[in-house]
Design a protein around this ligand. Structure first.
Ligand code: CO
Length: 148
């Protein structure tokens, strides 16, 4: 479990849309030596995600399942692009309420099920300086970091 900073945030994962998922997984595993901790296809989001163990945090590589995927549209003409940074918080509902009252624009008013045993919510990049930010909280009822 990550160490939380004084604000109660801990970097959980950094998600990158990549042009060639297999080539990227090969680089991270064979060249850097990181281990794959999950590999999941999430049809509802039009994405395949591979999570790699980077110590206290995860590097998550994303591949759109097709060109209609929101992630494909996000990537546009770029081959590879930072998609979001995700911070673990202790109480996601309380933090969303706090941010909303502070005027932060939320994509998800209510948390929902994420890709990797988390409950998640996104903050709108218009409120965050341009980078999509995800908040996440581990769901104790879920099986952590493994494919079903
Ligand atoms: Co994420």
């Amino acid at each position: 479990m990550n160490r939380f900073g004084k604000a109660g945030y801990a970097l959980d994962h950094v998600a990158i849309v990549v042009g060639d998922l297999d080539a990227s997984v090969e680089f991270y595993t064979r060249t850097l030596g990181l281990e794959v901790v999950y590999r999941q296809t999430i049809p509802g989001q039009g994405v395949e995600a591979v999570g790699l163990d980077a110590g206290d945090s995860i590097i998550e590589l994303l591949r759109p399942l097709d060109e209609e995927s929101p992630i494909a549209r996000f990537r546009g003409d770029a081959s590879t692009k930072l998609h979001h940074t995700a911070y673990r918080v202790g109480d996601i509902r309380a933090e969303l309420a706090r941010l909303k009252s502070a005027g932060v624009r939320l994509i998800d008013d209510q948390p929902r099920r994420g890709a990797h045993g988390n409950i998640i919510a996104f903050l709108h990049p218009k409120s965050t300086g341009g980078v999509l930010i995800e908040l996440c909280e581990r769901d104790p009822a879920s099986t952590p970091l493994t494919d079903p």
